[in-house]
Structure formats: C-alpha cells, structure tokens
Design a protein around this ligand. Structure first.
Ligand code: AMO
Length: 448
C-alpha cells in the first residue's frame, strides 16, 4: 500500500491506509495499546484493539523511537475524546498491522523534554537523538526560512549569488580571531568573512551576495559566539551614501521577519515566541548619541568609549523601545581606527567612519556600511592597519579600475535565529555548534 503522510490522514476517514514513522509514545491501557506515531509531517494517535491478537503481540515489543510501518483504518474520534486545535485531534488510527522497520535502543532520557527543558550540555551531547524533537526541529525550520528568505530577497533585488572561498591568504576582519592552517607548508587561514571577495565580485557584477560558512577563532565562551557560522553577506555598487546600505539592511530584515511570520506560524506557536517589532523607520543614532542617551537615562558614563559593550547594547535597546516601540536600532559612526581597514571614514570627520551595526533586543544582529572605493585611500589603509599588501593584491587590484561608491552588510544566521526566538544561547540555534569547548564531542568539562 502506498504511504500516506500523517498530516493528510484527515482526508481518509473510513479508509484503510499505510503510514511510516516512529513510535513517539506507547501507553498500555487494559487490553488495548495506544501508540502515538510521528513522521516528518506531524503526529497521530493509534490504538490496537484486543481483537487484533497478533498485532497486540507486536505492539507489546514496541518502544519509543522504533521505526515502523502501520496499516490501519482512519476513524473519527468519539466527540468526548476530540482534542481541539491539535493536528489529528479529531481522528484516530485503528491499527491493523505493524511492521517493525528498525528497533531502537532504550532512550537515555525523556527526549520529549528537549527544546528548553534539558540542560544544554545534555542536548548537545545527544544531538542526534534530540534533533528528533518537534520543538528542536522548529528552531531549525525557522533558521531555514531565515536563510531562504535572505536569498529570495537578494534575488528579487537583482543581487548575484556567488561562492566565496573558505581558505584565504589574509584575514579580512583583522584581530587574533582567526584559525591558521598549514597550506602546503605556507601560512593560510580559514576565512573570517567573504568581505574582500564580495567587494571584488561587486566591482564586476554590481550587486552580489553569498551564503557562506565563516570561521572565527573566538577565544572565549559566550552565549552569542560560535567558531563556525553561516554568514549572510550582501554588497552593492552605486550607492549615494551609507544610508542606502542601512535601508537595504532594514528591508532585508523586514522581509525575513515577514517570511518567518507567514511560513513558520506553526513553529512560532509551538515555541511560544513573539517576533521582535520593526517599525516603519528604524531609529538610527551615532555612537556618540547612543552614549549620551545612556548617560542621560542611566547615569552611566561611557562617552568617549571606542565601541559599545553588551551592557550598552542592552540599555540602548531598552531606551529605544520605550521611546519608539522599536526593538531595533541602527548605530553608526564608530572610531575609524577601531574597525576594519575597508570601512569608509566620514569625510567631514575622518576619525569616525560610516560603518553601522543593527542591534535588536540587546544584541548585535548585523554589521556593514559604506566602503572605501578609492584605490589610493585603500592602499593607505592597508599600510596603516599593518597589513601585507601582497596578500590582498587581488582585492586592491579591483579598485584600480573604477569602482563606484559602494557598501554592504553581513549577519550570522545563527545569531539572527537566536534573537528572533529569544533563545538564551546561540548554540540552540546551531545544529552542530563549534566553540572552544566543543567540536561535536566535548573538549573540556565546561558547561554553557
Ligand atoms: P562582523 O564581524 O560584525 O562583520 O560580523 C557580521 C555578523 O556576523 C555575526 N557574527 C557571529 N555570530 C556568531 N558567532 C560569532 N563568532 C560571530 N561573529 C560575527 C553577527 C555579526 O553581526 N565583514 C563584516 C560585515 C560587513 O561589513 O559586510 C563582518 O564580518 O551577526
């Protein structure tokens, strides 16, 4: 008999069908056995009635996570047993035959607690098993929408998708957070960002984007940093100012929020999540304005600091939420020398740049801004930032030949998913998180 997916069973009331899936729960009740089954489309309850004597014997051998094929009749449930608002809450499968496709070892713990109620270390130590849980799957289905909708939006706006290299001769973002590799006896690195490549591709294709793995040798264990992330990058030429980049970032995030709301309504309900609010025009403040606001509201003086820290980000979000209702705020105008070499210094005030970050609910979501597009200025920055020009020759070369004003941005899929869902730890938004304490197996005894 052809397989029917569990979500479609309601269309087969009174008919005999076949489903394939896993035993989610078994409950013995007198002479009957109740079994919940799960496939990739949902769950359904089945019952083996005492007159199916052979089937009852098979039923007695079943445990959670046995993979089975079931033949049975779809019945309407008696009125008093209907579960409103639940998929298949009004039907029940009268089980006739059970074929065991694969048995399961006894489970090490109750996996139905996964997705919030287990220690994160337990979840990650048992990833393969925990991934079977609908709540955990809901997180990754939402992340899939984040990535898909980023891609859709870029394509709708004529951005060209390219694949950036993962092994690179020079570090784009500077700093010590880079994995060095032995490349046939020469030094190379795992890419921290497709930054230099997206700018090269932009110089030829005008608008480009990439969905790439990038690597950050983060030497500390925080709740919002991983060492391997999915970076969603965009870059575009012929901008009038950095505000065009801000608007593109804002519209991209709006599109993602809308798509998650529409495509993942069921998952959001399961996870009991309310999406952050993005108002018509996201408030946009310079770093100095942010610091002044924090001083005025909390009497905490961070004026003159070169960047925001976690507390500043929490506090400015609180202020902006109160003032405007927005969960998002753009911050721009960082000290030029504190940021990567490629960011465009404000011509009226060159010690501050036209780089920006988007902060939401106290955490950075995205970075970007206008870039230096003048060859001589770029070369000067490469020197000032103590970089080896021979290692970025291909990048510099692109700017010799007429590159218009341009800019772009990037964000991490895991960071966005974590923030969209209000997860406490970014590791919950990454199927196989890598950090200094774990690469599938634990490297240290530290928890999270
Ligand atoms: P930046 O280094 O700020 O900018 O990174 C961009 C975005 O990537 C995410 N992110 C991370 N997520 C999890 N763990 C990490 N260790 C981590 N590091 C970064 C965040 C962050 O906002 N080339 C520039 C972007 C640009 O200017 O276009 C860059 O990489 O969401």
């Amino acid at each position: 008999m052809q397989r029917t997916y569990i979500k479609d069973l309601k269309d087969f009331i009174g008919e005999t069908i076949s489903i394939s899936g896993w035993v989610d729960v078994r409950r013995d009740q007198g002479k009957m056995i109740f079994l919940d089954f799960r496939d990739m489309t949902g769950k359904v309850q089945g019952v083996i009635l005492p007159n199916y004597t052979d089937t009852i014997e098979v039923g007695k051998t079943l445990r959670n996570e046995f993979a089975v094929k079931i033949n049975g009749k779809v019945n309407k449930r008696p009125e008093r047993n209907i579960k409103e608002g639940v998929l298949n809450g009004d039907i029940e499968l009268e089980i006739q035959e059970i074929e065991v496709l694969a048995s399961s070892a006894p489970l090490p713990f109750d996996i139905s607690l996964s997705g919030y109620n287990l220690e994160l270390t337990t979840e990650l130590d048992n990833r393969a098993l925990v991934l079977r849980q609908p709540k955990v799957q809901a997180i990754f289905k939402i992340e899939e929408t984040v990535i898909d909708s980023f891609r859709d939006f870029m394509k709708q706006n004529n951005f060209f998708e390219f694949q950036a290299p993962s092994m690179v001769p020079a570090t784009a973002e500077g700093g010590a957070e880079v994995f060095q590799i032995d490349y046939f006896g020469k030094k190379a690195y795992l890419s921290q960002s497709p930054q230099l490549y997206k700018q090269i591709v932009m110089s030829a294709f005008e608008r480009c984007f990439s969905v790439n793995k990038v690597f950050r040798a983060e030497p500390s264990s925080t709740t919002r940093h991983l060492t391997e992330i999915v970076s969603l990058d965009a870059e575009m030429a012929f901008i009038d100012s950095w505000l065009d980049v801000r608007d593109l970032a804002e519209n991209t995030v709006k599109h993602i929020l809308k798509q998650v709301e529409v495509r993942n309504a069921e998952h959001l309900k399961l996870l009991e999540v309310e999406l952050p609010v993005m108002i018509e025009k996201t408030p946009t403040l310079s770093l100095r304005e942010v610091q002044q606001k924090i001083f005025d509201k909390f009497d905490r003086d961070v004026r003159g600091e070169k960047d925001t820290n976690a507390q500043d980000e929490r506090e400015i979000c609180e202020i902006i939420k109160e003032e405007t209702g927005s969960d998002f705020v753009f911050i721009y105008g960082y000290p030029t020398r504190k940021k990567p070499f490629y960011i465009y210094p404000n011509p009226d005030e060159p010690e501050y740049n036209e780089g920006m970050d988007l902060i939401c609910r106290g955490v950075e979501w995205l970075s970007g801004g206008r870039r230096i597009n003048n060859y001589d200025q770029l070369q000067k920055h490469v020197e000032l930032w103590n970089m080896d020009p021979s290692k970025v020759k291909m990048f510099l070369e692109a700017f010799k030949y007429g590159v218009p004003p341009e800019g772009g941005f990037a964000f991490g899929a895991e960071r966005i998913t974590m923030q969209l869902l209000g997860l406490k730890n970014i590791r919950e938004a990454c199927m196989f998180p890598r950090d200094m304490n774990r690469i599938d197996e634990r490297l240290t005894d530290e928890g999270y």
